[in-house]
Design a protein around this ligand. Structure first.
Ligand SMILES: [Zn+2]
Ligand SMILES: [Zn+2]
Length: 204
């Protein structure tokens, strides 16, 4: 037998795995532990992997009747911003991967089927990792679980202990708040509060 006349070009990229060593005998297995540079635009807008950042793969490749079953984890650093206060976030994620890559002659006939395939003895993990990572990321990442976010009036951080955000609050109960702020003297507190109140009244 000669090689088939039509051979698709093997995919390329940091997340392409060569499975020639694995062979097609069902039950054969290979562990892949490696670090690869992240491809561009992995993750979501709010939380993503910087292009070229190290991704640690710990995978098990297993030949089965229909193809190659890939299972394991990808550990990635994450960069993004807090959905509430827009502060930068540094985080990481361990993404579980479990995906069957069909041999071309075993792939489902359905053209609508978007399952993954072995191409020329290589499999490209990138789309699978993309999907798994996006599903594992929070929709609204936060710098801290209790981040109070930004003030609707001045845009400052509500958590900032140096800023009095009582400006737009008419409720007199908030008037006592400035005096609770430690690093201002009691006199300054009173002045700041009355000035702010006066300003906001003028605007109204
Ligand atoms: Zn935040
Ligand atoms: Zn404010």
């Amino acid at each position: 037998m000669t090689a088939p006349s039509f051979r698709r070009r093997a995919p390329r990229g940091p997340l392409v795995l060569d499975i020639r060593e694995l062979g097609r005998r069902a039950g054969s297995m290979k562990r892949v532990v490696t670090q690869v540079p992240a491809p561009a635009e992995l993750g979501t807008e709010m939380l993503h992997v910087l292009s070229g950042a190290p991704i640690d793969l710990d995978l098990r490749l297993e030949a089965v009747m229909e193809g190659v079953l890939v299972s394991g984890t990808a550990f990635t650093p994450l960069t993004g911003e807090c959905a509430r206060c827009l502060d930068p976030i540094e985080d990481d994620a361990t993404v579980d991967i479990r995906e069957l890559f069909y041999y071309p002659d075993r792939a489902p006939d359905d053209p609508e089927d978007d399952s993954f395939q072995v191409v020329n003895d290589h499999l490209d993990l990138e789309p699978a990792l993309r999907d798994a990572l996006v599903l594992s990321l929070p929709l609204s990442p936060c710098c801290r679980p209790d981040c109070a976010g930004l003030c609707a009036d001045c845009g400052g951080r509500l958590d900032d202990p140096d800023v009095d955000h009582a400006h737009a609050r008419a409720d007199p109960r908030w008037a006592a708040l400035p005096s609770l702020i430690e690093n201002l003297s009691p006199n300054e507190n009173t002045n700041t509060a009355s000035n702010t109140n006066a300003e906001s009244k003028e605007k109204d």
